[in-house]
Design a protein around this ligand. Structure first.
Ligand SMILES: NC(=O)c1ccc[n+]([C@@H]2O[C@H](COP(=O)([O-])OP(=O)(O)OC[C@H]3O[C@@H](n4cnc5c(N)ncnc54)[C@H](OP(=O)(O)O)[C@@H]3O)[C@@H](O)[C@H]2O)c1
Length: 339
């Protein structure tokens, strides 16, 4: 079967298409024929060697993918041949709080990921996907979708009428826009592009801020909330945005600390955190049960993930370059080798 490997060293040019043996399921495993995968910023960092420079190679990258179950082990009871499933981001985190020992269970590093013709996963590590979604759409759910859901509902306990600020228009943020609107929230979207902000408005964003034209977007967020501040920030910017997020949020508000798009380390004034009694939550995607909750909501609301572009399997490295260019809106998908 075909698979991509980061071979001997990191770098986009070292992502190579190889032939591997077809996987054989153990008693509790399932084999999934991959129909589509999607790209997350983490996949780009992984291929470049910035996510975990000590990651043993070769590695099949990409955490997210969907496909049909084509073989099951002798003792499998949770899924059947023909089921359409996604692999869950962290194969070991099924429910309950996250604990450090679960860290090694993530697909696309340290475990081999989904950028292959066929994958072998534990029957515990897959979930059925909403029926109304195409394969391309379903492939976007495991990391970006679950992360946005965890940020808003599990950690944020978002209530209707609250205001959510989402940073940028990448995969996580556009899911957060869709979920927050479906839950009756008011949403402020920031972006570097007026064209992307117009698109966000057409999707239901209530207010928009161009963070290039208005670098003090935290003050603008305060103005848009009559000086009170937003209830939640979906913080994907990291080092370059956290201080402004601390200013943009209301007293007692919540910041879901998710991303590192503008770096990992910066001096932060702790005073707004303690004086504002702020709640900062680190997010690490979510568990299988969180995925299942999200999938039920997507099914009930007939939500459809926003896909920027679908690349062919042969063009998978181009999909990563497209993400690097940051011109995308929503998710970037890579079709399976037979798609
Ligand atoms: N902790 C977790 O569980 C978890 C899960 C998923 C993702 N992440 C992290 O979250 C981040 C986003 O991931 P993603 O897959 O959604 O990435 P993505 O699709 O590549 O998002 C890129 C977009 O983010 C926006 N952006 C970049 N720098 C920004 C800044 N300084 N301020 C505001 N917006 C900015 C830009 O939007 P515009 O073009 O509109 O300006 C850019 O197009 C990454 O750092 C990723 O590693 C973490």
């Amino acid at each position: 079967m075909k698979a991509y490997e980061i071979r001997e060293s990191f770098g986009l040019d070292n992502l190579v298409l190889v032939e591997r043996d077809d996987p054989e399921p153990g008693p509790h495993d399932v084999v999934v024929d991959v129909a589509a995968t999607s790209v997350n910023y983490r996949d780009l960092l992984t291929v470049l060697g910035h996510y975990n420079p000590r990651q043993p190679l070769p590695l099949v990258p990409f955490s997210d993918g969907v496909g049909r179950v084509t073989a099951v082990g002798s003792d499998v009871t949770r899924v059947a041949i023909g089921d359409r499933v996604c692999g869950i981001f962290n194969q070991h985190w099924l429910a309950g709080p996250f604990v450090a020992s679960l860290r090694a269970g993530t697909l696309g590093g340290p475990l081999d990921g989904m950028l292959a013709e066929r994958v072998c996963l534990s029957e515990e590590g897959v979930v059925p996907v909403p029926e109304h979604l195409t394969d391309d759409e379903a492939a976007t759910l495991p990391c970006a979708g679950v992360t946005a859901w965890s940020a808003l509902f599990e950690e944020g306990r978002l209530q209707p009428g609250e205001t959510v600020l989402v940073q940028g228009t990448g995969g996580v943020s556009i899911f957060a826009l869709q979920f927050a609107k479906a839950a009756g929230a008011r949403v402020i979207v920031t972006s570097s592009s007026d064209a992307k902000l117009e698109r966000a408005t057409r999707m239901g964003a209530d207010e928009t801020i161009n963070y290039i034209a208005k670098p003090e977007w935290d003050k603008e967020a305060k103005r848009l909330t009559n000086g009170r501040g937003v209830d939640h920030v979906v913080e994907v910017g990291g080092a370059g945005t956290l201080s402004r997020s601390l200013n943009a949020v209301r007293v007692g508000g919540h910041i879901a600390v998710i991303g590192i798009l503008s770096g990992t380390s910066h001096e932060v004034d702790v005073i707004p955190i303690l004086m504002g009694r702020l709640r900062l939550n680190g997010i690490m995607v979510g568990s299988r049960s969180t995925f299942e909750m999200m999938a039920m909501a997507i099914q009930a609301q007939r939500l459809r993930p926003v896909i920027d572009r679908v690349f062919s399997f042969d063009d998978a490295p181009e999909a990563l370059r497209h993400m690097q260019g940051a011109s995308h809106f929503g998710k970037i998908v890579v079709a399976g080798p037979t798609g």
